[in-house]
Every structure is written in structure tokens, then in C-alpha cells.
Design a protein around this ligand. Structure first.
Ligand SMILES: *[C@@H]1O[C@H](CO)[C@@H](O)[C@H](O)[C@H]1NC(C)=O
Ligand SMILES: *[C@@H]1O[C@H](CO)[C@@H](O)[C@H](O)[C@H]1NC(C)=O
Ligand SMILES: *[C@@H]1O[C@H](CO)[C@@H](O)[C@H](O)[C@H]1NC(C)=O
Ligand SMILES: *[C@@H]1O[C@H](CO)[C@@H](O)[C@H](O)[C@H]1NC(C)=O
Ligand SMILES: *[C@@H]1O[C@H](CO)[C@@H](O)[C@H](O)[C@H]1NC(C)=O
Length: 449
């Protein structure tokens, strides 16, 4: 879910530097000198604090995965029973450690263009097992076949290859295979040149996300880090109307001087859409007051409840003609593969959506998404971005592996939590307002003197 990727952040030594230059955390925002400094240091150009942290996140960012291990694969395939799942995790990877790849800076339009190289390093000490742990999960290639090849004739032919390769509705895969890719036996046996590697995040290694073009804020600080274009476009082709607008930043930073009534907009390439977050609470983060912005549940509402969402309802099966809520069909953004995004355990979704799945227990605390933003600088200091990846499986009478199904199943594959973890502590420094000789002096480090 991209913030899943997007929420880079500031931490440790960087926040120390930021606060030192910006005059500490307790200053009133009205102060002209400080305001000027912040505006200057927030511009995304060589030499500013914001730029340094923006190029490469100051803290570690991790992505945790929980895999839904299917307990009764035979029973589902043969008797079309409810799917019993047991989540296993977390399996943790360190992500976003690679610096942004700056392509160009344009001083006329005040923009920066860049790509984000992808990388993930397994962290055994933050995981319940190894990358070799195996799970019973949906067979992604088999499940996608009726969607990608609606023709009866093609399905009858492909069915032969599915049978001959011993492929079923479910399969056993290691964590590493499921996430990063494996050679699928069914697809490999088809004698046409089609892609044969499958994986939830494949292709990932040695790829980059972008190109992004963002405003550097030099002419107008209220535009800083706002995305102008993504892959050369201002609008995503797979959503009609304003649903396809690319709004806001990538979530890692926002323009400075954030008021509680602001709606923070950000775009997530992983989830293929723009989002917004609204003020939820004031939080004290190790001595720094931050605003917690949360995704309001109306984002996941049906168009009946929230007419603004009508252009996100592009499918009729799972949503029962757009009357159910809580899942987003992103197949158009995933080359036609029947991928649906939701909150983990179908939090905030219609109860009917999870009717055929047993073993889920949604709760706000573990499964919601938030951003803790330092209001003066606009930096996201802490965040948790959570989402679940589901695949729609339709009964298909021409495909033996799916012929006994009596329902459309929205099968949860995994859920993930991308979150920060500061490598270093938080510094609290004096702003020098009462006594200029103290300016930028460290008061506490990790809350201690
Ligand atoms: C399917 O249902 C039948 C009848 O209830 C039962 O006997 C059989 O064991 C079930 N098959 C599987 C694979 O669970
Ligand atoms: C892809 O990257 C992951 C995470 O770094 C690594 O575990 C895996 O071995 C890589 N896969 C391939 C096929 O290189
Ligand atoms: C995982 O399996 C591979 C191949 O069988 C093996 O080389 C590797 O050592 C295993 N890793 C762990 C952590 O068990
Ligand atoms: C993008 O922003 C515009 C203007 O604020 C808003 O009308 C539109 O609904 C937003 N789109 C999304 C997908 O959030
Ligand atoms: C993110 O960083 C903050 C600030 O140091 C820390 O308090 C918080 O625990 C971190 N969040 C997570 C989920 O590790």
C-alpha cells in the first residue's frame, strides 16, 4: 500500500538537526524569523534539511507481512466450503533504504523528477520464521485464468495444462516464493510465450517506482513535495473522473504549518489511487507533539453512503452492484489480474464480504492506518500503513480446479504493515527564544538528560 511505500520519514539525528535549525519544538508558529527559516529549509533543493532527508529516509522503514495459511484447501475445492484461514507472521523486511534516483531538477517549473528503486532485506530477528516457511495459499495463476481468458475455448485448452502440471486451486509456497516470485508450473507448460513467473510483488527486485515529478516549493512552499505527474501523467487512466486524480504528496512529508482542519492528501502507487487523511488526535511522541491523521472510514464507504466514491466502484460482483463497501477492485491497475485491496481482516468492510472466510478478527488498533505528522515542519515522524491483498476467485466450469465452486470467493492472501522504526533516538533541543545562548543545545536525548 504504498504509503506503503510512501511514508518515508525523519528521525533520529535528522530530527535533531531539523529541530535545531527550526528552533525547537516549543516555539510559537507566528514567529517570523522561524517561519522564514522553515520555509527556506523545507524547499526540495540541494542543501536544505528537507532535501537531505527526502532523498533518503532518515530512519529505518519496515514492512511486516502476515500470510493467510489456508487450513482446508481440499474441502473448499471439492465441497465449496467456507475457507478457514490462520494468519502467520510477522515476517519482516527492511524497505526504502535505497536513495531516490534523481533524474532532473527544473528551476523554471520548480520541479524535481525522480524514481524510487525498490529493495527489501529480510530481518530474521523481527520475524517468526525464515523465508523458507511454507504456506497453503491460493494458486495465483489458476485463480487468475478465468479473468484473464474469458473465452470458453481458451479455458478448455488451458485446463489441459492446469491438469497436466498437477495444479489445483491451492498450492504450497514458501514466503520467498509467494512474495517475490516463482516459476509457475502451469504457465511454464503452456507452449506460448507468456510470462511464467508469478508472485504477489513480482517484479520487485531491481525495479523502480516512478517517474515522479514533484514541486520543490521554491516559488510556493504550500506546494512542496506535491506530485505534479506520475509516469508522465496527471491522471490515472483506470479510474474515471476525479477518482483518477493524483493528489498530494507521497505521504512522507507535507507542506509546513499544518492546521488540524487540513485534509492531508497523498498518493500511493501500490494501491493505485490517491487517499486523504483527517486529523484524529494530538499525540506526544517522546516529547514532540504531533498530529495523528487517520484515514476516515468514509474512504471505504459504498457510493450509497458516500456518493464521492461512485467512480471507485468499477466492479459489480463482490460489491453487489456497489452496495457493499470496504474493498477496492484494482484489477485495471494490475494487468487485469483480479486483485482487491482492503484493510487487514476486512476492517470497515461490509460483513457480507467476509462471509465465506473463517478465522478473521478485525480490530481498529492493529489494522488501521495512520500518519503522525509534526505540524510545524510537516514531516511524518511515525506511521503505520496497513492493507490486505485479496484475489477474487470465480467458479469456472471449464477448469477442473475451479469447477466445483458454488460461490465467488474473495480470498485473502496476506496483509502488510509498513511502519517506521527510528534507528536513533529523538532529540529535544532549546529554541533559544528565552535565552539565545541556549539555541540548538540538546536538552534531552531519547527522553534523557
Ligand atoms: C465433502 O463433503 C462430503 C459430504 O459432507 C464429505 O463426506 C467429504 O469428506 C467432504 N470432502 C472433503 C474433501 O472435505
Ligand atoms: C528478491 O529480493 C528478496 C528480498 O531482498 C530476496 O529475498 C530474494 O532472494 C530476491 N529474489 C530474487 C529472485 O532475486
Ligand atoms: C532456505 O532454503 C534454501 C534452498 O533450499 C537454502 O539454501 C537456505 O539455506 C534455506 N534458508 C534457511 C534460512 O533455512
Ligand atoms: C483529488 O483532489 C480533488 C480536489 O481536492 C478532489 O475533488 C478529488 O476527490 C480528489 N481525488 C481523490 C481520488 O482523492
Ligand atoms: C516510529 O518512530 C517513533 C519515533 O521514534 C517511535 O516512537 C515509534 O515507536 C516508531 N514506530 C514503530 C511502529 O516502531
Amino acid at each position: 500500500m504504498g504509503c506503503n511505500r510512501n511514508c518515508g520519514l525523519i528521525a533520529g539525528a535528522v530530527i535533531g538537526a531539523v529541530l535545531a535549525v527550526f528552533g525547537g519544538i516549543l516555539m510559537p508558529v507566528g514567529d517570523m524569523l522561524i517561519e522564514k527559516t522553515i520555509k527556506k529549509e523545507s524547499v526540495l533543493e540541494e542543501g536544505t534539511i528537507a532535501f537531505k532527508n527526502w532523498v533518503k529516509a532518515g530512519a529505518n522503514v519496515y514492512r511486516q507481512f502476515w500470510i493467510f495459511d489456508v487450513q482446508n484447501p481440499e474441502e473448499v475445492a471439492v465441497n465449496s466450503s467456507k475457507i478457514k484461514v490462520k494468519q502467520r507472521g510477522p515476517y519482516t523486511y527492511r524497505v526504502r533504504y535505497l536513495a531516490k534516483d534523481i533524474i532532473s531538477q527544473d528551476s523554471k517549473t520548480h520541479t524535481v523528477s525522480f524514481q524510487r528503486p525498490k529493495g527489501a532485506i529480510f530481518e530474521p530477528s523481527l520475524s517468526v520464521g525464515t523465508e523458507n516457511d511454507t504456506f497453503t495459499v491460493l494458486n495465483l495463476a489458476v485463480a487468475a485464468t478465468p479473468h484473464l481468458y474469458p473465452s470458453t475455448f481458451v479455458q478448455i485448452i488451458l485446463n489441459v495444462f492446469i491438469k497436466n502440471s498437477n495444479s489445483f486451486m491451492f498450492q504450497k509456497r514458501t514466503l520467498k516464493e509467494l512474495l517475490w516470485g516463482y516459476k509457475d508450473p502451469f504457465l511454464s507448460s503452456v507452449p506460448y510465450s507468456i510470462p511464467t513467473t508469478v508472485g504477489v510483488f513480482y517484479p520487485y527486485n531491481n525495479t523502480a517506482d516512478g517517474v515522479y515529478k514533484v514541486f520543490n516549493g521554491k516559488d510556493d512552499i504550500s506546494k512542496v513535495a506535491r506530485i505534479d505527474t506520475y509516469k508522465g501523467k496527471k491522471h490515472l487512466s483506470y479510474w474515471p473522473s476525479y477518482c483518477g486524480m493524483i493528489n498530494g504528496t507521497d505521504g512522507a512529508t507535507f507542506p509546513p504549518f499544518i492546521e488540524k482542519n487540513r485534509v492531508l492528501q497523498f498518493f500511493s502507487a501500490d494501491i493505485c489511487r490517491s487517499f486523504y487523511a483527517v486529523f484524529g488526535a494530538e499525540i506526544n511522541l517522546k516529547g514532540i507533539p504531533v498530529y495523528r491523521f487517520v484515514l476516515p472510514s468514509r474512504i471505504f464507504a459504498s457510493p450509497l453512503q458516500n456518493p464521492d466514491n461512485h467512480c471507485f466502484c468499477t466492479e459489480k460482483i463482490i460489491s453487489k452492484g456497489c452496495t457493499l463497501y470496504g474493498v477496492l477492485d484494482i484489477s485495471k491497475c494490475k494487468e487485469g489480474k483480479p486483485v482487491y485491496i482492503s484493510l487487514p481482516h476486512f476492517l470497515h468492510a461490509s460483513p457480507e464480504i467476509a462471509e465465506l472466510i473463517e478465522g478473521l478478527s478485525p480490530n481498529e488498533e492493529e489494522h488501521s492506518t495512520y500518519l503522525d505528522v509534526e505540524p510545524i515542519t510537516g514531516f511524518t515522524l511515525q506511521f503505520a500503513q496497513r492493507m490486505q491483498i485479496n484475489i477474487l476467485v470465480k467458479p469456472a466450469k471449464n477448469i477442473v480446479a475451479l469447477k466445483d465452486l458454488k460461490h465467488n470467493y474473495l480470498v485473502p492472501i496476506l496483509w502488510l504493515n509498513e511502519y517506521n522504526n527510528t534507528a536513533d533516538g529523538v532529540y529535544k533541543v532549546f529554541n533559544g527564544k528565552d535565552d539565545i545562548s541556549k539555541v540548538a543545545r540538546i536538552d534531552t536525548y531519547k527522553g534523557k538528560k
